[in-house]
Ligand binder design. Structure first.
Ligand code: NAP
Length: 197
């Protein structure tokens, strides 16, 4: 079964992520898409990331009702540091053929892949897919090792101008976020007082 893994912090999930997911599903002919919010991000140990349960809840609210979409708790429930290679191994061990497994994430994250734990094993486990915002430079791709570049597919998302950083900043400044995130995610953010400080 052709499966996309949508990996990200999703702090918060927004329409840019959903458009990227849907475009990946269409272009790669995916039968299902599993959103995998990060748990305790090893690479963001010193940064303030919203608790994983809130990010998980928002991802569930954003994707509920779409038949092909689901949300996995695998990285959130992992007790030890959470690495993409372990997540991909879990999906392959559950029976997904690596030729039918696609790991989708943002370009900036992908450019740091050589610092990820056991990154050299990743292309054996999946095809890497990266979503690009319009106007974002692709500088740095040429510095990635050839075996990563050979595995990498790009998806241009013309409408993907939204970012989680911008949404958090808008909430902090009491600017609206209507139509940037799904309505239920907006309600969740407001009711739980997220991103106010
Ligand atoms: P992030 O902060 O969530 O995002 C980095 C950039 O990519 C941001 O511009 C983000 O936009 C965009 N983005 C994130 N997820 C996306 C998606 N699924 N589709 C399209 N664009 C997306 O990135 P991160 O925390 O570094 O994590 C990204 C993925 O890489 C996660 O699955 C993470 O586990 C993995 N990763 C693994 C390791 C490791 O194994 N050691 C290390 C680093 C990252 P927004 O800001 O608007 O979300």
């Amino acid at each position: 079964m052709r499966t996309g893994i949508m990996g990200g912090t999703f702090d918060p999930i927004h329409y840019g992520h959903l458009l990227a997911a849907e475009e990946a599903r269409r272009i790669l002919n995916l039968e299902r898409l599993i959103f995998v919010p990060t748990g305790d991000p090893p690479h963001k140990a010193n940064s303030r990331v919203t608790p994983s349960e809130d990010r998980y809840a928002m991802t569930l609210l954003a994707t509920a009702g779409v038949l092909e979409y689901s949300v996995s708790r695998t990285e959130i429930d992992r007790k030890e540091s959470s690495y993409t290679v372990d997540t991909l191994r879990e999906f392959v061990h559950s029976g997904i053929n690596p030729d039918e497994l696609f790991f989708i994430t943002g370009l900036d994250a992908m450019l740091s892949i050589t610092s990820w734990f056991e990154f050299e094993k990743i292309p054996e486990l999946c095809t890497l897919v990266t979503a690009r915002r319009p106007g974002y430079p692709v500088d740095g791709i040429e510095r990635l090792p050839k075996f990563i570049r050979d595995d990498l597919k790009y998806i241009e998302i013309p409408q993907f101008a939204i970012s989680s950083t911008e949404i958090r900043e808008r909430v902090r400044q009491n600017k609206g976020i209507r139509f940037l995130v799904p309505h239920l995610v907006e309600i969740y953010i407001m009711s739980n007082n997220l991103y106010k400080t």
